[in-house]
Design a protein around this ligand. Structure first.
Ligand code: FE2
Length: 227
């Protein structure tokens, strides 16, 4: 395995039970990873209906390391991270990043940021976010998710906040839009009455609507007609 990725995994193995997100950030900054270090896990030819490429680099019972690949107009759905207690994401391109709050069944965008390559964002247990590629060039991101005493995959049972369907669903796997109904469990209703949130959200979901159409999925088109 690539030596810098190997160093990262060894660091995580050594410190996993008492790692603090800031320590992880410091380590990542010092490691000076480059895109080429992540290229063995690049997946830019992911299926159109999946929001982005997603490859596992390493997983044990305490942490997982993944590389995500973002083509222009690739966006994740709004999601949390299952059993994750700590983690970090490092971007290797100009990712756009959205942070949401979900309280009393209402979802609201609270922060939108334009990242620069090498930026690191910390992941905590209650973190709800969305990211995507508004630029004209593909890039990769590195994702580290950790937890203690988890019997299943750390990012299993993640929630997807489906603003377009007014519901929160639970799933295992990618934070993709328009997941197959057989792959989700409905958790609770969700509402959004905030104009900024809706305006920003539609920009992230529109680029894939053509792909949804070709997959004979009409929910998003129906939703778009109503706003
Ligand atoms: Fe995430």
């Amino acid at each position: 395995m690539n030596s810098k990725i190997n160093q990262l995994i060894e660091f995580l193995k050594l410190n996993q039970s008492h790692i603090k997100p800031n320590q992880l950030k410091q380590f990542l900054v010092g490691l000076k990873l480059e895109t080429e270090d992540l290229m063995p896990w690049a997946d830019f030819n992911h299926p159109e209906h999946e929001g982005y490429g997603r490859k596992l680099v390493f997983a044990n019972s305490n942490f997982e390391v993944m590389v995500m690949s973002w083509m222009p107009k690739d966006f994740s759905a709004v999601h949390n991270h299952g059993y994750t207690q700590w983690g970090a994401v490092q971007v290797f391109g100009p990712a756009t990043h959205y942070v949401y709050k979900f309280e009393k069944s209402k979802i609201k965008l609270v922060e939108k940021a334009q990242f620069e390559s090498k930026d690191v964002v910390l992941v905590t247990n209650d973190f709800i976010h969305q990211m995507g590629n508004k630029s004209n060039a593909p890039y990769l991101t590195l994702h580290i998710y950790g937890a203690e005493n988890v019997s299943s995959e750390i990012t299993a049972d993640s929630f997807i906040y489906e603003i377009e369907k007014n519901r929160v669903v639970k799933t295992t796997g990618g934070a993709f839009f328009q997941l197959e109904e057989s792959n989700v469990t409905v958790v609770e209703p969700l509402y959004c009455d905030d104009e900024w949130t809706l305006n920003e959200f539609i920009e992230t979901i529109l680029p894939k609507s053509q792909a949804f159409k070709s997959a004979k999925k009409t929910n998003i088109d129906n939703w778009i007609k109503t706003i």
